[in-house]
Design a protein. Structure first.
Length: 308
């Protein structure tokens, strides 16, 4: 069942807590995420694990659950042997699983994850951008799955981990007229998009678009978030979304994470004071960190506990 309020209306009243890294929780539950589908793999093989992971975040206090569709595309499913009809059903399943996990006395919204083109390539290029494709080609790639996800009835489309302005423009064009609001979230490094573009120009792209209910950054080092939050609020004069990763670094050659987590739930109130209305974590941020974040952001007594 959908929440009584539209997400945009809820954001006007105060900040909401996002969930954390779904892939990390799935791995903690013993799921094998190897291969090109990554966190979308259980959509086909073991959907119950996805609902279980969503529930773990809901119990921790997440008010927005993000679907396991970041790396789910018609092209990626085709490589795994799924035809278009099955792929469309799997995309819709992702929305349905998050909706089911959010059922309870608390209002929980569903964000349908739309990852960048580079996520489909599964080679890390979402952290570089500039794939050699035109904006029109990128728009053609994104439109079918955006339409499939929108038809499944999420509360918002999360256009997330976007590495450059060109792809952001293509994704916004593909989502135009789909009937579902969107948030736009870039992945950034050194105060710029991953493709090296100024963040001011990146955020300006979303300014004045009624369909965009929040703009910001995700899957970046937590140290990047502070400046990005303030800049996004100043440029767009609207709600901001921020969900950095743990700050650990993935060593591709060793196939392991290096460094310790520097994700600080205590930063949540500062981000909220700067105009952020959707606050959470990305890779390697789990239910424990989500619970700590929720305790700092949400005043006591404002939301009933989520059922187990």
């Amino acid at each position: 069942m959908r929440p009584a309020r539209a997400l945009a209306a809820a954001l006007a009243e105060g900040p909401l807590v996002l969930d954390g890294g779904l892939s990390g929780q799935l791995e903690a539950q013993g799921c094998d995420l190897s291969g090109g589908l990554w966190s979308a793999r259980p959509l086909r093989e073991d959907p119950g694990q996805i609902e279980r992971a969503h529930r773990a975040f809901a119990r921790a206090g997440a008010q927005v659950l993000t679907t396991a569709t970041y790396q789910a595309t018609f092209e990626g499913f085709a490589r795994a042997g799924a035809g278009r009809a099955e792929a469309a059903a799997l995309l819709a399943r992702g929305v349905g699983l998050a909706r089911a996990a959010g059922e309870g006395p608390a209002e929980v919204w569903v964000a349908a994850s739309v990852g960048p083109y580079g996520a489909m390539l599964a080679d890390g290029s979402e952290y570089r951008g500039r794939y050699g494709l035109s904006a029109r080609e990128l728009e053609r790639f994104h439109r079918p799955r955006i339409e499939a996800l929108a038809s499944a009835g999420p509360d918002v489309l999360a256009l997330e981990t976007v590495p450059d302005v060109d792809e952001a423009e293509a994704m916004l064009a593909a989502a135009e007229g789909c009937g579902v609001p969107v948030w736009l979230s870039y992945t950034v490094a050194g105060g710029r998009t991953r493709a090296g573009q100024p963040l001011t120009a990146a955020f300006e792209l979303a300014a004045g678009r009624d369909q965009v209910i929040a703009v910001g950054v995700n899957c970046c080092d937590p140290a990047e978030a502070e400046r990005a939050v303030a800049l996004a609020a100043a440029v767009t004069a609207g709600p901001v979304v921020v969900y950095p990763n743990s700050g650990e670094r993935w060593d591709e050659s060793a196939r392991r994470w290096r460094g310790g987590s520097v994700f600080d739930p205590g930063a949540g109130p500062r981000w909220a004071a700067a105009g952020t209305r959707l606050i959470g974590g990305c890779c390697r941020v789990g239910p424990r960190e989500t619970a700590a974040l929720a305790a700092r952001i949400r005043p006591k007594g404002t939301a009933p506990p989520h059922p187990a």
